[in-house]
Design a protein around this ligand. Structure first.
Ligand code: HAM
Length: 422
């Protein structure tokens, strides 16, 4: 029997690697431009790290975690998201005592037991940032700006940036009482999941996609209208900062997100070109109480993560073109006879020593079909090694894009030779 990769996972190769490299390189250089430095955390953590932070009543903790016991009976979980592990590490290494805000980024794989479909995987990759240590609204604006800029740099044009505030523990509690009161007469018409959410975590009802629940919510009070003065001022300042730098956003008063750790600002960037259930390319928010909850000192923080796999799906769908960085020149060396391969091998060593990507032909095919092969595989240049070339040291190289040909004694004119690949 042929073995396939487990459901919801994928092998990444070929064209997708190029998209992925482009996305990750763009993320890393942009994050560094905003003064973030990289952190790598383990792929699994003590289950407690996620139970305590994401929230016991969330879908992720209730249904989607890959939890297992190791040989010593400890409960471990493959990380379903990056924020809780980063915060665990910040506390473990007391990084919060360094210069604040502490700005960290990560590019890591995540694991969620979800129903797989296009853009929704059980193993997927995220690039994310966490800015630890300040509740200043300009940091919120900077983080949201960074998220927006990232997708602009990738070449996206029609994304929507949605923002909301879920308030602080005080105004949110007051709102939840009002919301429950509103739902009380219709609670039986909610779907079974929302019926349970009504008691445990009513804000999550806003995430429901079922029509009867959506209908019920149409006239419901919105948390945004019940923010306390401080929370209202906080989101107000974020909006001012975003306007100053020309970032367009939409206030979505019933936006909620699937984690209990959020306070105040939450945001998402969505594409209406993706199916509605999976239309978020990235999202994040403020989590001012999380470090305290983990036993560290109260340290307000904010961050976001973007889905790399989902971004690739949409870039391909929208035919977004990008420049491949780094290896512009890729040289294909064709040896006309088997015993010329030593010479080709020496030439390949020289090219690779000088950071030029090359490949030698291993197939005994005609020169013509090998050139076609080189074109098909997107090589930029071809060098043909025959008897004359070896005797004279003068080799001919052909640029497959411009069809120009150059003759050069590569051993005597090393610098000029390298110059030809620029
Ligand atoms: P999230 O909204 O759960 O946030 O995930 C962020 C992004 O990861 C989503 O917008 C989506 O693009 C991608 N994603 C999520 N689940 C899947 C999946 N099953 N398959 C493919 N892509 C997926 C977080 O994870 C928070 N930790 C973000 C954050 C950082 N908040 C504060 N700091």
């Amino acid at each position: 029997m042929v073995l396939n990769s487990p459901r919801g996972t994928s092998d990444i190769f070929g064209e997708d690697i190029k998209y992925r490299d482009f996305i990750i390189n763009t993320a890393k250089s942009l994050f560094e431009l905003f003064n973030y430095s990289e952190i790598i955390t383990p792929a699994f953590e003590h289950t407690e790290v996620f139970n305590r932070s994401i929230g016991e009543s969330t879908d992720i903790v209730k249904k989607e975690m890959y939890t297992f016991f190791d040989k010593k009976g400890r409960s471990l979980t493959l990380r379903p998201e990056g924020t809780a592990p980063v915060i665990r590490a910040v506390i473990e290494h007391k990084l919060y005592s360094e210069n604040l805000p502490l700005k960290l980024f990560y590019v890591e794989n995540m694991f969620r037991y979800e129903r797989p479909q296009k853009g929704r995987m059980r193993e997927f990759w995220q690039a994310g940032v966490e800015a630890v240590g300040t509740e200043e609204p300009f940091i919120d604006a900077e983080v949201i700006w960074l998220l927006n800029l990232f997708f602009e740099k990738l070449g996206f044009k029609n994304l929507k940036l949605l923002i909301n505030s879920v308030g602080c523990s005080i105004c949110r509690r007051e709102y939840i009482d009002i919301f429950r009161e509103f739902l009380k007469p219709v609670v039986k018409s909610l779907c079974p999941d929302c019926f349970l959410r009504y008691e445990k975590n009513p804000l999550r009802i806003f995430d429901c996609k079922i029509n009867t629940c959506l209908e019920t919510l149409k006239n419901s009070p919105k948390i945004y209208d019940f923010l306390c003065t401080e929370c209202r001022q906080h989101i107000g300042k974020i909006m001012e900062f975003l306007k100053v730098i020309g970032v367009n956003f939409i206030i979505k008063e019933n936006l909620v997100r699937g984690f209990d750790y959020y306070t105040r600002t939450i945001f998402e960037i969505i594409s209406e070109d993706l199916e509605s259930a999976q239309n978020a390319l990235g999202g994040g928010g403020r989590y001012d109480k999380l470090i305290g909850q983990f036993g560290g000192p109260d340290t307000p923080s904010i961050g976001f993560a973007v889905g790399i796999d989902r971004t690739i799906v949409l870039m391909k769908q929208l035919k977004i073109k990008f420049m491949e960085g780094g290896k512009q020149s890729r040289i294909f060396i064709i040896s006309m006879r088997d015993d010329f391969k030593h010479y080709s091998f020496k030439l390949a060593k020289f090219l690779r020593d000088n950071n030029l990507s090359c490949e030698m032909s291993f197939l005994e095919k005609s020169v013509g079909s090998q050139i076609k092969n080189a074109e098909k595989n997107k090589f930029s240049h071809v060098i043909i090694i025959g008897e004359d070339e070896i005797k004279s040291g003068i080799i001919t190289m052909k640029n497959l894009k411009t069809f120009e040909q150059f003759k050069i004694n590569w051993k005597k004119q090393l610098l000029e030779f390298l110059e030809l690949f620029k």
